[in-house]
Design a protein around this ligand. Structure first.
Ligand code: FE2
Length: 494
């Protein structure tokens, strides 16, 4: 898929994390979130003493600890951990960010702190960044380097780059979700407060809000009401470059603002802007650098996806026109594929299939009889029962369909469904003669929907059966022709 950059494994080894909190619900929340990643091996302790006990037996890469705990406090625990092991990263959880405790926690060697109530994604972000930093420094004298500060900044930057890389690479196919993810990442990377992505409409020279986060005063939702902001946006569009603005230059815009273009093939797709509202903090060049890495990475990713989508829709258009030509020849099957698809999707939803399975069924349903393109009219349109020989020819259509789709790697999953839509639960189907669970599940769904639709509509050689009769037929053929669970799911829908 185009210019995809190589992605390294997130970490070299699985990371050991210890979660210490006397309050069980918080502990569970953190552990459940961490458990979503296979990169972590997690232990827990409900107090400082237990945590130290665990440390005596094993080493941990990272500790997340509450500050306020009965018995040994988080601060005492931090002190004991530092005595034992210098390279463990410790993140403290505090109820109050303003207390001296937070400052002294950092002085005593905590790498970060988060404030209650916390956003679990923020915590996961910090965990990942600190683990990456430790890993980059592993083999060297991590603590000495971290204490120097200068290199610590560099590793922090590199860790953020790695994080951007992985997060964008992992993003799903849905563009709306990608935009939301980009905005969230931007906020985390530079500690911004408001982030928006506005898409640029070249024709009417307007911006349309796509994602807006934290915009309590509606500046971005209605950006035209702020002429200064519009000037800044236009400048970004014109120069095709990111800009950083601090309050002394444009006080009416924001105390501090970064605007960066999202580019696709050298044309502007939109603008990501991020700002801080508090006067005391402004963005620096490093923040700009992070936002630029993010928008560049995101632009590349969006470009790939857009190319992929257009390729995909071209292929689908071609295949659909093949299907239309089958349907044009045989008006009995007109709309058959559409109805089979709709019914298959309903069954799949009833059976709690995943969104990606449902997408596959939508495609396979439309394409399932594409192989009939190669069946002569004399057989396809015969208003009579087929001879043995003719039936053998008709039976080739799943294999022909599979062959038509074979060169299209994008449709691998759908190809198998097309190939197997005439297999039977008892193994007496065609072309492979496979049985039971060996038949792909989505093909079993399609098979039931296909048969039901065929029965309830006119065919050249017989009139349509009433729904009731078709249902009885399906029930009769449970466990022989059809997967019984799929038949039951269809009956529930009808
Ligand atoms: Fe078929």
């Amino acid at each position: 898929m185009g210019n995809k950059a190589p992605v390294e494994e997130k970490y070299k080894t699985r990371k050991k994390i210890l979660v210490v909190d006397d309050y069980l619900p918080t502990r569970r929340l953190i552990i459940d979130a961490l458990n979503q990643s296979s990169h972590y091996e997690i232990a827990e302790a409900e107090n400082g003493m237990d945590a130290i006990g665990l440390f005596d037996k094993s080493n941990y890469d990272l500790v997340i600890s509450d500050i306020m705990m009965p018995g040994m406090s988080g601060m005492d625990l931090l002190h004991r951990i530092r005595e034992k092991n210098h390279s463990t990263a410790v993140i403290m959880i505090t109820g109050n960010p303003a207390t001296d405790l937070t400052v002294s926690a950092i002085k005593k060697g905590a790498v970060d702190f988060i404030t209650k109530p916390f956003d679990i994604d923020d915590l996961l972000y910090k965990v990942d960044i600190h683990l990456r930093q430790r890993e980059m420094l592993s083999g060297e004298n991590a603590d000495a380097i971290l204490e120097k500060g200068r290199l610590s900044d560099q590793t922090a930057d590199l860790s953020k780059q790695g994080y951007i890389y992985d997060s964008i690479e992992d993003s799903p196919l849905d563009n709306d979700i990608i935009f939301q993810k980009i905005a969230e990442l931007a906020l985390k990377l530079v500690d911004g407060e408001v982030c928006s992505i506005l898409l640029f409409d070249e024709q009417d020279n307007e911006f349309r809000p796509k994602v807006v986060r934290g915009d309590t005063d509606g500046v971005y939702q209605n950006y035209t009401s702020n002429p200064a902001l519009k000037i800044v946006f236009n400048e970004v569009i014109e120069r095709k470059e990111a800009i950083i603005i601090n309050s002394n230059e444009h006080p009416e815009v924001s105390p501090s603002l970064i605007c960066a273009p999202l580019m696709i093939r050298n044309s502007i797709l939109g603008i990501l802007s991020i700002r801080k509202k508090r006067n005391r903090e402004v963005f620096n060049k490093k923040d700009l650098h992070h936002i630029l890495s993010l928008t560049k990475r995101a632009s590349l990713n969006l470009e790939n996806k857009i190319l992929y989508e257009s390729l995909y829709s071209n292929i689908m258009d071609t295949l659909k026109s093949l299907i239309s030509s089958v349907e044009a020849r045989d008006h009995y099957t007109e709309q058959h594929c559409q109805r089979v698809t709709e019914l298959s999707v309903k069954i799949a939803i009833g059976m709690q299939c995943s969104a990606s399975d449902i997408e596959s069924l939508k495609i396979a349903g439309i394409l399932h009889d594409v192989g009939k393109i190669a069946i002569p009219d004399s057989i396809l349109l015969k208003p009579d029962v087929l001879t043995q020989e003719e039936y053998l020819i008709i039976k080739n259509h799943p294999t022909i369909g599979e062959n038509i789709l074979k060169p299209l790697i994008l449709l691998d999953k759908e190809r198998v469904i097309v190939q197997c839509h005439h297999e039977r639960w008892d193994g007496k189907g065609y072309p492979l003669g496979i049985s039971g669970n060996d038949i792909p599940f989505l093909a079993r769904i399609l098979s039931v929907a296909d048969s039901f639709d065929a029965m309830t509509n006119d065919r050249p050689y017989r009139p349509a059966s009433p729904v009731e009769e078709a249902v009885q037929e399906l029930i009769k053929n449970k466990n022989t022709q059809f997967d019984p669970d799929v038949v039951d799911a269809l009956i529930k829908i009808i």
